[in-house]
Design a binder for this molecule. Structure first.
Ligand code: 9MR
Length: 634
């Protein structure tokens, strides 16, 4: 659809607002989604290329809200996937608070694909808002019977100015089953074997049922995309630092998931520091510019070190009580024939900038060296890959890992295990575990899913494949293989990246599948145990240089911002990229810092925020300067 057509249709959609089905929802309705934006974007994401972040300079309840900026058209905004929340033919109650940065009408819109395959856009409700006061959106709305691929998003009716959203709730009849919560936690079933985990994106974690399921069943969680370089790297910030070797980073995308894990004592698999994929091109280019020339090996090496240092440091500083028990330091370097991934500039064509710049696989050792240097003591460092049961690939990984092991740089190998009922058989899989086990390294199954594209969900073949593969893992553990985690890649078939092959243990409505029963039954009840509760990590895991900047008041029990913390423009108790954004916006007159926020960053004491101050904070965040140097305005 062209922009013009889109605009025309939107005008029509706006006219339908409030005229739509206003059906009551019952008093027993469940809160299906609740976003207060206190620790991240709560599953809300960019719609149409906007920037979607949280700020604490404004808020409805609590101390922060969602901030939508970078809009060039009124339809652009912030969206939430309706997957597992909104069902065709059901009525829901939507409630939210919105604020324009000037005066505008802010609308909540429903997007879906209809029975004929056409995209449809309907206004759910809207509110007129002016800067400085919050307006409420409150409406019942019936999702059309033929709707698929449902999404909701906030937009404005006309302008392109920034706007804010806070305290969104969606209530309605729960479309999900809670049966999985009545089962013995899988982490207890496997307590005597290894950690049990899943991967989850914020969009998968944003329903109350998925959070309950993760808390109940799993003691390991892998952020599905949010710790990958493309989610962590910040191009404008990297350019602003200006030394060509220090990338700016931010945990904005990961904050929601990491906070959830910290609060619920769920250990985290960090995924991933160095990868050919999901890493922006500009990270490999001069000046961090998209059109720059590809940098030399020497420059790339410095960037790799600074990146790994900054990410590990920032996670420790922002989440002092989070147990990041391991990291996938490097991911997917080898091809099925055992050769190194080819060098080149097109990741979509399986090419790697890393191989191209280094000319060989030496970047792997570099990445592990830096990870060992900067990771808190005890963090396990993993090499992670897929198709490792293919003998040539397996042996290449074995040889590379043996070399790293001899140098004391690696702790484990991650077998992703994206399998299909047709391949591989359990015996091939077993041979791989046994080969890797000869290295004396930990082994983790990091991304298990088993598709059946032919026979569908819960086919006899799929149940048998789960039984065979997980039984192999259990038996190998019993035989002495040091397998320390079994992680599924996703929570339900409905949100899996391979949903067409129904590859997991839970159906889209969260009910348990026969594959679940099979995995549970592999451990006799007499062997079930109680998964260990994670104890909060000691603050000594925070690197020494940072301890002065992380006052004790930052522990879970006292989340209030310590007044007067250097660099903390938004006074939320942490110093991160959001503070830099706040300062930059304040410099442009787009945001007003509180008196305390200004005092925290007004290093030259001229009573106003300056871009030099924003740069100092950025340099501090990435570890280029100390807190004292930031204070003195370096
Ligand atoms: O699950 C991830 C999916 O949402 C992304 O679109 C995809 C893009 O590469 O990455 C998926 O995760 C991958 C993981 O990081 C590494 N192993 C393969 C996973 C599935 O593609």
């Amino acid at each position: 659809m062209t922009f013009k057509k889109f605009a025309e249709f939107l005008t029509a959609a706006m006219m339908m607002v409030n005229a739509s089905a206003i059906l009551p929802v019952s008093a027993e309705d469940t809160v299906l989604h609740n976003a207060d934006f206190e620790s991240g974007t709560d599953g809300w994401a960019s719609f149409g290329g906007t920037s979607v972040t949280t700020v604490s300079s404004e808020h409805h309840e609590g101390s922060s809200c969602l901030y939508v900026s970078g809009r060039t058209d009124s339809w652009q905004g912030a969206s939430l996937s309706g997957e597992s929340i909104l069902l065709a033919g059901k009525t829901y109650q939507f409630n939210a608070w919105v604020q324009a940065s000037g005066a505008d009408t802010i609308q909540l819109t429903l997007k879906y694909t209809d029975g004929s395959g056409n995209a449809q856009y309907k206004g759910i409700s809207s509110a007129d808002s002016v800067k400085g006061s919050w307006a409420e959106i409150n409406a019942s709305y019936a999702i059309p019977d033929d709707a698929k691929d449902i999404l909701i998003y906030f937009q404005t009716s006309s302008g392109t100015a920034d706007f804010m959203v806070d305290d969104v709730t969606i209530k309605g009849e729960a479309s999900w089953s809670t049966g999985a919560l009545d089962r013995t936690p899988l982490k207890d079933v496997y307590a005597n074997y290894f950690k049990l985990g899943c991967a989850a994106t914020p969009a998968e974690l944003n329903t109350t049922i998925s959070q309950d399921i993760v808390k109940h069943h799993f003691n390991s969680l892998t952020p599905g995309n949010e710790l990958k370089p493309d989610a962590v790297l910040n191009q404008a910030g990297s350019q602003a630092i200006g030394d060509n070797v220090t990338p700016a980073i931010s945990l904005d995308a990961a904050r929601y998931t990491l906070k959830f894990c910290e609060e619920n004592h769920i250990s985290v698999r960090g995924h991933v520091l160095c990868w050919y994929s999901q890493t922006p091109d500009w990270f490999f280019k001069e000046g961090f510019k998209s059109d720059g020339a590809v940098v030399s090996k020497d420059i790339m090496n410095q960037r790799l070190e600074n990146y790994i240092k900054a990410v590990l440091n920032q996670v420790s500083v922002e989440f002092p009580n989070l147990d990041v028990y391991c990291w996938d330091v490097v991911n997917e370097c080898y091809l099925d024939d055992g050769s190194l991934r080819k060098g080149g500039t097109d990741p979509s064509n399986q090419e790697s900038y890393w191989t191209m710049i280094y000319g060989d696989n030496s970047y792997i050792e570099k990445a592990f060296t830096y990870a060992r240097q900067y990771a808190p003591e005890g963090t396990k460092l993993f090499y992670n890959d897929f198709n490792e049961y293919i003998p040539a690939k397996r042996d290449a990984i074995y040889n590379m890992a043996a070399d790293l092991k001899a140098k004391g740089l690696i702790d484990g190998i991650g077998m992703q295990s994206h399998l299909d009922v047709g391949y591989p058989d359990a015996n091939l899989y077993k041979q791989c575990i046994e080969k890797f086990n000869q290295l004396g390294l930990e082994i983790q199954v990091t991304e298990l899913d088993i598709t059946d594209y032919k026979n569908g969900s819960d086919s006899a073949q799929q149940v048998q494949a789960y039984r065979d593969i997980v039984n192999t893992i259990v038996e190998e553990k019993k035989n002495g293989a040091n397998i320390t985690a079994l992680v599924f890649w996703g929570i339900t078939d409905g949100t899996s990246w391979r949903k067409d092959g129904y590859p997991l243990l839970l159906n889209a409505d969260y009910s348990t599948k026969k594959t679940y029963d099979a995995v549970e039954a592999l451990v006799p009840e007499s062997e079930w145990g109680k998964a260990e509760e994670i104890q909060p990590t000691e603050t000594e895991t925070v690197p020494e240089t940072e301890t002065e900047t992380v006052p004790e008041t930052e522990t879970e029990s006292q989340p209030e911002a310590p007044a007067g913390r250097t660099g903390d423009a938004d006074c939320n108790g942490t110093v991160n990229i959001v503070d830099v954004i706040s300062i930059n916006r304040a410099v442009l007159g787009k945001e007003l810092l509180s008196d305390q926020g200004l005092a925290n960053i007004d290093f030259n004491q001229n009573g106003k925020p300056d871009s030099e101050e924003s740069l100092s904070v950025m340099k501090y965040i990435v570890g280029l300067i100390s807190a004292d140097e930031m204070k003195s305005g370096k």
